[in-house]
Ligand binder design. Structure first.
Ligand SMILES: O=C(O)CCC(=O)C(=O)O
Ligand SMILES: [Fe+2]
Length: 191
């Protein structure tokens, strides 16, 4: 499914090579991860009465996903939120019949910012437990991640320098979950 979505994305971006993105995931050394998250009901979340059943108690702290795309499926318990441009948080209604697709940092780089890896988090629910499963489509450790030159128009600036997926992971492990882990690779930030 991840490959099909990446092929549709490549088509939407008018990339001639249909499998330019999906081949990173079909690579025999691709670094894909499957994760199961369980958030037990959290009594502290019952104190207030917001749309999550109570006070904001963080179940999974804010972050962007590092990989290319992530495919998320959960039970019918709310809690997933995304951060809007104005920094406010908005709840994504749960739907156990749907997959939620998140763009990861790597795809943001490859599309030179056309696709954004949206910051998200999970709040606990006061009454119900949340179960989610996520398949993270990641490239091989030696894969070079850089803006795809076939997407670059005229004198458009390259927003990121090239790095390997291994370099990204190494640098990400040295930061906190909520940090902008692409900052290190931005072309206007040579730190
Ligand atoms: O558990 C969820 O619903 C999402 C968790 C998440 O964002 C992640 O594991 O990267
Ligand atoms: Fe995530």
């Amino acid at each position: 499914m991840g490959c099909e979505i990446l092929e549709l994305m490549a088509e939407g971006l008018n990339i001639e090579e249909k499998n330019m993105l999906s081949k990173l995931v079909t690579d025999k050394d691709s670094d894909c991860i499957f994760r199961l998250n369980h958030y037990p009901p959290c009594p502290e979340s019952r104190l207030n009465n917001n749309d999550n059943g109570g006070e904001n108690v963080i179940g999974f702290g804010e972050h962007t996903d590092p990989q290319i795309i992530s495919l998320l499926r959960s039970n019918n318990t709310s809690g997933f939120q995304i951060c809007l441009k104005d920094k406010s948080w908005i709840s994504v209604p749960s739907d156990h019949n749907s997959f939620f697709v998140n763009v990861g940092d790597s795809l943001q780089v490859m599309t030179n910012g056309r696709f954004k890896s949206v910051r998200h988090r999970v709040l606990t629910n006061g009454f119900k437990s949340r179960l989610s499963m996520i398949y993270f489509c990641g490239p091989s450790l030696s894969e070079k991640i850089a803006p795809l030159l076939c997407l670059i128009k005229g004198n458009e600036r390259l927003l990121y320098r090239e790095f390997t997926w291994f370099e990204y992971k190494k640098s990400a492990y040295a930061t906190r979950l909520s940090d902008n882990r692409l900052g290190h690779f931005e072309t206007n930030n040579d730190s």
